[in-house]
Each structure stands twice: as C-alpha cells, then as structure tokens.
Design a protein around this ligand. Structure first.
Ligand code: C2E
Ligand code: CA
Ligand code: CA
Ligand code: CA
Length: 277
C-alpha cells in the first residue's frame, strides 16, 4: 500500500497486473470510469523560495474506483497507454487542469498560481495533431500559452520522431516544456542537446539523499550547474523535510515540490507559507 496524497491507494495483488485477462478487464474499467466520471484531477503546489509562494501546481490524475477504491496512476496510466485510452483520458486531464487554472485566476487574482503543469505520456505526445489540440484547449479556456507546462519523461522523447516534433510544435506555441524525472533515464544530458526544454524536474531519488554526506549532494549541485548554465529552471521534486529544502536552497534550487510544502489536493492552499526560509 503506497502512502501518497494523504490518502492510501488500494492494495493491488501482484497477480492482478501480471495476468493479461486482468489487464484487459482493467482497460474496460478505465473506459467505464471515463464515461461515469470516476476520474479526478488533484493539484500539488510548486513553491518558489525564499518566500514559498505557490507559483505553479502539478496536475495529477486520480481514479476513484467504486469497488477497488483509490487506484494509483502508476498502475493505470501504463494500462491506458497500452490500450490507447490515454489519448482520451489525457485530453480530459489537460482540459480539466487548464479550466481549473483559468477559474483560479478569475477567482483568486494574484493569489492564484501562475502556471499549471500537466503530465503527458509518450503515446499522447506522438499522436499527430497533439500541439494543435493543446492550442485548441488554450483557446477554449483562455489560458496564455506560458501558463501551461507540459511534463514529459526522458523515455517518452528518447526515441525522437513524432514526440520530439510535437515538442517543437508546443515550443512554437509558447507552451513550457519540462523534462520529468530528470537524471533517471539513460541519456539525460544528451537529450538536452536535441530536445527543446525549459524546465528540469530533478527526480525524488536525488532529493531523498541530498542531505547525506557524499555523492548525492554533489550530483544535485552538478544538475543545478547544468540547469543554470543552459538558462533553464529546475524543480526539485519529492521534498519531504525542511532539511532537504534547506540543502537544496543552498545548492541554488529555487523551485521545490513535495509533501513538505503540500500534498496533491482538489483545492490546494495557495497562501504563502513560511515553512522554510
Ligand atoms: P510524477 O509525474 O513523477 O509525479 C510525482 C509523484 O510523486 C506523484 O505521485 C506525487 O503525488 C508524488 N509526490 C509528490 N511529492 C511527494 C513527496 O514529497 N513524497 C512522496 N513519496 N511522493 C511525492 P502520483 O500522483 O501517485 O503519480 C505517480 C505517477 O503517475 C506520476 O509521477 C506520473 O508519472 C503518473 N501520472 C500521474 N498523473 C498523471 C497524468 O495526469 N497523466 C500522465 N500521463 N501520468 C500521470
Ligand atoms: Ca510529473
Ligand atoms: Ca516526476
Ligand atoms: Ca516519477
């Protein structure tokens, strides 16, 4: 049972995801869940130091299955990618998140976050017309392109081809592009030469051990040097303690995300929190 978001994901038996009949059943249930409104988008704050203002939120999908309970996206997103439903699910997530930011902007004014970050899977990105569909969502919701960040993983863009072409299309629109889970792939630095990127999201696995003496802080510092040298932003993810935030701040990180600053929620608290100076 994974503890996340202050809620507990339902228990999953290993046999479930291994059996292909179960996969097919889960796929059909995703279809049904989409049709009956079982999916929900929650938002996790991304804060800027030193004032800890919530400058952005990351949209994260949730599946509230009526029988199985809360199911982790780490389990159902791969299934939706395999059966193609990620295209429809992903389009719904994108539209929902953009609508939500537009509403916050209208209701909260300067207290609203400036940007929303949306995870986009490889299959969504590679589909022809992806950038055009993003442009249509921006037009419908009235968001400015720079208010949207698309988060992609290294593996999604590693192969090049249509996914990279889509990123150039997004870049042309003025949408920001974040490389998610940075540092965990096989060609993190190499990718930066060929792929348009604005933000590097430093994976939690580096943040977890950044307070230990030794190599972890050195790597985190080197990633910060690459980031600033290339004129990019860095977001450190999975920050759980004040101590981690402090070390990251000292290494030059200004954008932090993690349970220490706020868990994903339907209506996150946007008030400036002096959790950390
Ligand atoms: P991710 O994009 O790397 O998202 C960060 C994950 O770390 C989220 O898990 C978030 O709740 C969790 N997290 C944030 N701060 C902390 C922390 O301080 N400690 C710990 N232990 N965890 C933290 P979540 O929401 O379960 O999502 C898991 C993965 O599922 C995401 O990883 C992403 O790859 C995928 N995913 C989630 N929502 C979407 C979506 O809307 N579309 C797509 N394509 N994938 C999604
Ligand atoms: Ca992400
Ligand atoms: Ca990530
Ligand atoms: Ca991750």
């Amino acid at each position: 049972v994974a503890r996340r978001t202050g809620e507990t994901y339902a228990r999953w038996t290993p046999a479930f995801d291994e059996r292909s009949s179960e996969q097919a059943r889960l796929g059909a249930q995703i279809r049904h869940g989409l049709d009956t409104g079982q999916f929900q988008v929650v938002y996790q704050p991304i804060v800027r130091l030193p004032e800890c203002r919530v400058v952005a939120v990351e949209a994260l999908v949730r599946w509230r299955h009526p029988q199985r309970g809360l199911i982790s996206p780490a389990l159902f997103i791969p299934v939706a990618e395999r059966n193609g439903l990620i295209v429809e699910l992903g389009a719904w997530i994108l539209e929902t998140a953009c609508e939500r930011l537009a509403r916050w902007t209208a209701e909260l004014g300067p207290l609203a976050p400036d940007r929303v970050s949306v995870n986009v899977s490889a299959r969504q990105l590679a589909r022809s017309g992806f950038a055009a569909s993003v442009a249509a969502v921006l037009a419908r919701t009235g968001l400015a392109p720079h208010q949207l960040t698309v988060e992609v993983t290294e593996t999604a863009v590693f192969e090049g081809g249509p996914a990279v072409a889509a990123l150039h299309g997004l870049r042309a629109l003025g949408v920001r592009i974040a490389l998610d889970d940075f540092g965990t792939g096989h060609s993190s630095l190499g990718l930066l030469q060929s792929v348009p990127v604005d933000v590097l999201k430093i994976d939690k696995s580096f943040v977890d051990r950044v307070t230990e003496a030794g190599r972890h802080a050195v790597i985190a510092e080197a990633m910060m040097q690459v980031t600033s040298g290339l004129g990019l932003d860095a977001v450190a993810e999975g920050v759980e303690t004040a101590e981690q935030a402090e070390v990251l701040h000292r290494l030059g990180y200004r954008l932090l995300q993690g349970y220490h600053f706020g868990r994903p929620a339907e209506e996150p608290d946007f008030t400036v929190r002096a959790v950390h100076a």
